[in-house]
Design a protein around this ligand. Structure first.
Ligand SMILES: [Zn+2]
Length: 413
C-alpha cells in the first residue's frame, strides 16, 4: 500500500522473463516502489532514487516472472474427487466459502497471484473477493463469475443460476453483474453434472446472443464452457470472448478435430482455455495398484483420449488461436497449488515453455481486461511477481520451484 514514505525494493534475479515471447534476459534488475514496478534495466543501472534506500534481494540462480494467472478454478470445490452433486448436498455455503479461502491461499503460495473463479455456489465467490480485499484472507486477486448461467437442469444447475429464454438469461446476467460478477460464465453444453449432455449445445443461439449483449454492454468478458464443436460454433456466433475446455467433439462424443472450426476461432480472435490437466489428473486413480481387466481397458482409453486432446490443442495453437492457461482445479481430483501441471501439459501439447508461460500470464491478463495492470513485468504495472529457482524457459517444471511471491509489491512468500 502506498504510504507517505515510499518503500523501495530492488530484485536481482539471474534471469528475467517478462511474460511475453521474448527470451529470458540475464543481468537485469527490477526496482519496486510500493505496489508498482518502478524501473527495469541492467543491474548496474538500477539504483534507489535520490537519497532513498531500501532492500536489495538477490536471487543468483533464479528466474523472475510475472505472477501466474489461472483463468479457470472452482474455489468452492476440494479437488478430492467429490462431485459437484456431493458438495451441493453435503456442504453449506459457509463451508464452501471457508474452503475457497483455504484454496486461494494455497494458490497464492504456489505463485498464482490472480485466479478466476469460474463457478461457485450462490454468493460465496463474491464474499471471497470481499474478504481478500478486506485482508481477512491472504489470497490472490480473484476475478469471480459467481454462478455460471445454465439452463434448467444444466451443468452446475445446483450453483444457483438456472435461466431459460431470452428474458430469463438477460435477467440472470444482470443479477450476477449487480452482485459483483467480474465476468460471465455460461454453460454452453452439459458436463459432468448428472443428467446433462456434454455433447449437445445447451442454450439456443438467441439466448447466447442475449447473454453476450448483456455482458458486453456492462463491459464484462463472456466465456463459455463448451465440450462439443457445435456449441463452440454457436458461442462464437453469439460474440463470446473465450471458450473453456474447447475439446473438439462431435454430438456422439467422438473426438473430431475440425479444421474449419479452428480457423473460425482464430479468425474471430476467440481464445481457448484447453484445460488439459483436469483429465490427466485422473490417471492417478489407476496408478500404483493392480487393475481389473475393465479398469485396465478404461485406463488405456483415457490415455488415448488424452493424447488426442493434446494433439488437438497443439493443432489449434498452430492454427493461430491464443490459448489461455487455466487448470479447472478444485474440480475432479485436481487440487489447488498445482497450476504448474497445466503449464507442463501445454508444453506436452506442443507449446514451448515460454509460450505456455505467456498463456498463463499476459494472454490471460489481456483477455480478462486487466492487461494494463498485470500479466507482464513492465514499468508501471502492479508488482505481482514470482521468483523460481532454475530456468523455466528451458524446463517448465522449474515453475514449481517457488522461492518468492509478491502480490501488489508485498512479499507473501
Ligand atoms: Zn470448470
Amino acid at each position: 500500500m502506498p504510504t507517505d514514505t515510499p518503500t523501495f525494493t530492488i530484485l536481482k534475479p539471474a534471469r528475467l522473463m517478462d511474460g511475453t515471447d521474448s527470451p529470458p534476459k540475464t543481468g537485469m534488475a527490477v526496482l519496486l516502489q510500493d505496489d508498482r514496478i518502478q524501473a527495469i534495466g541492467p543491474a548496474d543501472k538500477i539504483a534507489f532514487p535520490g537519497a532513498a534506500t531500501g532492500e536489495v534481494l538477490e536471487f543468483p540462480d533464479a528466474t523472475l516472472l510475472p505472477g501466474l494467472i489461472d483463468c479457470h478454478t472452482h474455489t468452492n470445490m476440494p479437488g478430492t474427487g467429490r462431485r459437484g452433486e456431493d458438495v451441493h448436498r453435503e456442504d453449506t455455503d459457509d463451508i464452501r466459502l471457508m474452503r475457497s479461502a483455504h484454496n486461494v491461499a494455497i494458490a497464492l503460495q504456489s505463485g498464482v497471484t490472480t485466479v478466476c473463479d469460474c463457478g461457485g455456489w450462490n454468493k460465496t465467490t463474491f464474499s471471497l473477493k470481499e474478504a481478500i480485499k478486506e485482508g481477512l484472507v491472504n489470497g490472490p486477486r480473484v476475478l469471480a463469475a459467481g454462478r455460471p448461467i445454465t439452463t434448467t437442469g444444466g451443468h452446475c444447475w445446483f450453483m444457483g443460476s438456472e435461466a431459460d429464454g431470452v428474458d430469463g438469461v438477460r435477467q440472470a446476467a444482470r443479477q450476477l453483474i449487480k452482485e459483483g460478477a467480474d465476468f460471465l460464465k455460461v454453460m454452453g453444453t452439459g458436463g459432468s453434472t448428472l443428467g446433462t449432455d456434454p455433447f449437445r449445445p445447451a442454450f439456443s443461439l438467441e439466448e447466447l446472443q442475449a447473454i453476450g449483449d448483456e455482458g458486453h454492454r456492462r463491459n464484462r468478458v463472456v466465456v463459455a464452457h463448451c465440450r462439443t464443436n457445435d456449441a463452440m460454433r454457436m458461442v462464437i456466433d453469439a460474440g463470446f470472448d473465450a471458450i473453456m475446455h474447447g475439446w473438439f467433439t462431435d454430438d456422439t462424443g467422438k473426438k473430431t478435430y475440425d479444421e474449419k472450426l479452428a480457423d473460425y476461432i482464430a479468425k474471430k480472435e476467440v481464445r481457448v482455455n484447453p484445460t488439459l490437466q483436469i483429465t490427466r489428473s485422473r490417471f492417478q486413480l489407476f496408478e500404483g495398484r493392480d487393475l481389473t481387466p475393465e479398469e485396465e481397458a478404461q485406463y488405456t482409453r483415457m490415455q488415448a483420449n488424452h493424447a488426442e486432446t493434446l494433439d488437438h490443442c497443439g493443432r489449434l495453437f498452430k492454427a493461430g488461436v491464443k490459448l489461455m492457461a487455466g487448470s479447472d482445479c478444485g474440480w475432479g481430483v485436481y487440487p489447488f497449488g498445482h497450476f504448474d501441471r497445466e503449464l507442463l501439459a501445454l508444453v506436452n501439447a506442443g507449446l514451448t515453455p515460454t509460450q505456455a508461460i505467456v498463456a498463463g500470464t499476459s494472454n490471460n491478463a489481456e483477455l480478462l481486461g486487466v492487461g494494463d495492470i498485470i500479466g507482464t513485468v513492465e514499468e508501471g504495472k502492479l508488482a505481482d511477481l514470482l521468483v523460481v529457482e532454475g530456468n523455466p524457459a528451458e524446463n517448465i517444471t522449474d515453475i514449481a520451484n517457488v522461492t518468492a511471491v509478491f502480490r501488489t509489491g508485498e512479499r507473501i512468500r
